[in-house]
Design a protein around this ligand. Structure first.
Ligand code: GDP
Length: 310
C-alpha cells in the first residue's frame, strides 16, 4: 500500500486550559505563520452565528502547518463535552491525535472523555505533557496517570505504546526528555511525522468525500468540510451527493478550499487524504458522501447523534 508522505492529519485534544491553543500557536509561529493577523481575515468571512452556536461549524479551528516537505493539518476539538457528535466526526477525519495534558494538573474529566473517543476510533494518541515550566510540574507522575487512564479505557497494545513529548507551549520549547527542554518545538513536529500514519495514496480510484462539519459564507453559500477518503475531486465536475436516507442529488463542485495556516485557500483539485471545504450544494449535511455520478458508493455514517440543519 502506497502512502502520501506529504501530509499528516491530526486532531488536538485536551481538557480545557491544558494548553491546546498555546501549543498550536507556537507550532504555527515556529513554522513562520502568525495567528493574530489571520484570525482577523477569518473573522471577516461571513458566518452564521446560529449554526456556530449549535456547534455545527468550526471557524479558525483548522490549521495547516508546513514542516520540512510535509503539510500537517491540525483540527482543534471543542472545549466542551456537549457538542454532540462533533468530537467523533473530527476524529473520523484524522489519522492520529495529540493529547495535551497539564504537567501539574494531570488527567482530568475531559482528558478521559476525549481520549475515550480517540481510542474508540482506533487512533494512536501522541501525548504532550505541557507546562513543564511550572514549578510544581510533576511530568513523570503525569505520564503514569496517562498510562493508567489508557489502561482503564481499554487501549490496545499499539495505543499503549504512546510516544511522549514534554513541552512548555508558552515558552515555545519541547523535548522527548523529561529533564531538559530544547529551544524549539522540533521534537513535536518530528513526533507527528514519525508516529502519525500518512494517508493512503489512491487518487485514481472513484471519489469518496464525507462531510464532517458545515460552514456558510455569503459568497459561496453552504460549505461542507471533510476528508477526501478516496480518489480525486475537481472544481467544475458534476458529482453526486448521497444523502443519509440513500437518496441522491447531483451538483457541480463550484469551489474547493484547502487550508493553510488559518486561511482557506482556493484549489483546483483535492486528492485522497486532503482535508477540504467544498461549495456548490445548498442541501449538504453532515455524514453525507460525495461520489462520482457513475460510482455512487456511500461511506458508512457514524452511529452517533448527528446534528443537521433545518
Ligand atoms: P486551551 O484551553 O487548552 O486552549 O488552553 P490555552 O492554550 O488557552 O492555555 C490555558 C492557559 O494556560 C493560558 O493562560 C496559557 O497561557 C497557559 N499555558 C499554556 N501553555 C503553558 C505552558 O507551557 N506553561 C505555563 N506555565 N502556562 C501555559
Amino acid at each position: 500500500m502506497t502512502r502520501r508522505e506529504d501530509i499528516r492529519n491530526i486532531a488536538i485534544i485536551a481538557h480545557v486550559d491544558h494548553g491546546k491553543t498555546t501549543l498550536v500557536d507556537q507550532l504555527l509561529k515556529q513554522s513562520g505563520i502568525f495567528r493574530d493577523n489571520e484570525v482577523v481575515a477569518e473573522r471577516a468571512m461571513d458566518s452564521n452565528d446560529i449554526e456556530r452556536e449549535r456547534g455545527i461549524t468550526i471557524l479558525a479551528k483548522n490549521t495547516a502547518i508546513d514542516y520540512k516537505d510535509t503539510r500537517i493539518n491540525i483540527l482543534d476539538t471543542p472545549g466542551h463535552a456537549d457538542f454532540g457528535g462533533e468530537v467523533e466526526r473530527i476524529m473520523k477525519m484524522v489519522d492520529g491525535v495529540i493529547l495535551v495534558v497539564d504537567a501539574y494538573e494531570g488527567t482530568m474529566p475531559q482528558t478521559r472523555f476525549v481520549l475515550k473517543k480517540a481510542l474508540e476510533q482506533n487512533l494512536k494518541p501522541l501525548v504532550v505533557v505541557n507546562k513543564v515550566d511550572k514549578p510544581a510540574a510533576r511530568p513523570a507522575e503525569v505520564v503514569d496517570e496517562v498510562l493508567e487512564l489508557f489502561i482503564e479505557l481499554d487501549a490496545n497494545d499499539d495505543q499503549l505504546e504512546f510516544p511522549v513529548a514534554y513541552a512548555s507551549a508558552v515558552n515555545g520549547t519541547a523535548s522527548d526528555n523529561p529533564d531538559s527542554q530544547d529551544e524549539n518545538m522540533q521534537s513535536i513536529y518530528e513526533m507527528i511525522l514519525e508516529h502519525v500514519p500518512a494517508p493512503i495514496e489512491n487518487r485514481d480510484e472513484p471519489l469518496q468525500f464525507q462531510v464532517a462539519l458545515l460552514d456558510y459564507n455569503d459568497y459561496v453559500g453552504r460549505i461542507g468540510i471533510g476528508r477526501v477518503f478516496r480518489g480525486t475531486m475537481r472544481v467544475g465536475e458534476q458529482v453526486s451527493l448521497i444523502k443519509i436516507d440513500g437518496t441522491v442529488k447531483n451538483f457541480r463542485v463550484t469551489k474547493i478550499f484547502g487550508f493553510f495556516g488559518l486561511k482557506r485557500v482556493e484549489i483546483d483539485e483535492a486528492v485522497a487524504g486532503d482535508l477540504i471545504a467544498v461549495s456548490g450544494m445548498e442541501d449538504i449535511n453532515v455524514g453525507e458522501t460525495i461520489t462520482p455520478i457513475d460510482h455512487q458508493e456511500a461511506l458508512p455514517v457514524l452511529g452517533i447523534d448527528e446534528p443537521t440543519l433545518q
